[in-house]
Design a protein around this ligand. Structure first.
Ligand SMILES: [Zn+2]
Length: 346
């Protein structure tokens, strides 16, 4: 195992724009393992660990077609915000050459377990923290500033997901230069699909009456998406504690829904909410409870079981519920650019 790993001078090899998420307080003898820059080169198969399924899918699109192994940690359909890794996840993490996580304080327990078990030369790359400066983090009702956890859902916004893919390509290319041409080609193909999705969502959004481009969601997964496409997030219902809101908060939301004139409010499949049902019933507004932020569609191996498939599903759901025409989205090819060989715990 050790023999396939040797060390090189990192700075000479890695040419990655803006890649310094951890302006380190350490002296130059000890680099932080929390970094999207690799100091290691691997000739043989790369072992990759990831956290939530959408990130696993993005990484699978970039690393697919090589002999890399990709293992997700967070089971699909679980609450990733409160997820605690099992002791047995340490085995996956300690074998990894690179661990891709979202960052923005989403996966702290998994990051801690990874740090405690990290093998020599391996890195933990926080994709979201890498691409978004802290000054652009969004804090809101479900993710209040005083809680210290910004809204982490960058991956529901296609341009940001594309940046995740670019960071992964650059890191994997430095780590495993033998396969750099494959990573580059996969990225180009994936980026084209992300751009097509983005364009289709812009087209579909334009068909929604301007005064209906409003989102009231249970789980607050669309903050960055909303800025990009010009939706107003009129509220998110889930408190930062992940408990149900108080009766007073519910009463306020009912008033807010009535005043906003929205035709639909959105729940999340991962977080079934009787409160949302109540708000829908009391306001006469349609309650759409099928959005999902980190649980891919179908089962591993299904054609739509991908970040692309997940995003299209959510966007079609939103656009149609808000009175728009989703046909630009429905005709998209959302198949992965390469066969997905990642392991997705269920
Ligand atoms: Zn979430």
């Amino acid at each position: 195992m050790k023999s396939r790993v040797f060390y090189v001078i990192a700075a000479a090899l890695v040419v990655t724009a803006g890649c310094s998420s951890t302006p380190s307080e350490s002296d130059d003898s000890e680099m932080s393992p929390v970094s999207c820059v690799s100091t290691t080169v691997i000739d043989g198969p790369v072992n990759i660990a990831t956290t939530v399924a959408p990130i696993t899918s993005i990484i699978a699109n970039i690393a697919g077609g090589t002999d890399a192994t990709i293992n997700g940690i967070v089971p699909e359909g679980t609450n990733s915000h409160t997820f605690e890794p099992k002791p047995s996840d340490a085995a996956t993490l300690e074998q990894a050459d690179v661990i891709f996580i979202n960052g923005l304080v989403l996966e702290e327990p998994t990051k801690e377990l990874a740090l405690a078990n990290l093998k020599d030369g391996a890195v933990i790359c926080e994709l979201g923290s890498q691409i978004l400066p802290e000054s652009e983090y969004i804090y809101d009702f479900s993710f209040p500033r005083e809680g210290g956890k910004p809204n982490p859902h960058l991956w529901t916004n296609p341009p940001m997901a594309k940046e995740y893919a670019a960071v992964a390509r650059d890191l994997l290319s430095a780590l495993n230069p033998n396969n750099a041409a494959i990573f580059a080609a996969n990225y180009e193909a994936f980026a084209a699909k992300v751009d097509a999705l983005d364009a289709a969502m812009t087209t579909a959004t334009a068909t929604i009456p301007q005064d209906q481009r409003k989102l009231l969601t249970y789980h607050d997964a669309y903050a960055y998406f909303a800025v990009h496409y010009g939706y107003t997030v009129i509220g998110a219902i889930q408190p930062s504690s992940f408990d149900e809101p108080t009766p007073k908060e519910i009463a306020n939301l009912i008033t807010q829904v009535r005043e906003s004139g929205v035709t639909a409010v959105f729940g999340s499949e991962v977080f079934p909410s009787p409160v949302m049902e109540q708000i829908g019933a009391e306001t006469g507004v349609r309650y759409v409870d099928v959005l999902r932020d980190d649980d891919l569609i179908g089962e591993p191996g299904d054609a739509d079981h991908s970040w692309l498939g997940l995003m299209r599903f959510n966007y079609v759901t939103m656009v149609e519920a808000l009175g728009g025409d989703a046909s630009a989205l429905k005709t998209l090819d959302v198949s992965d650019v390469v066969k997905d060989s990642a392991t997705y715990p269920q």
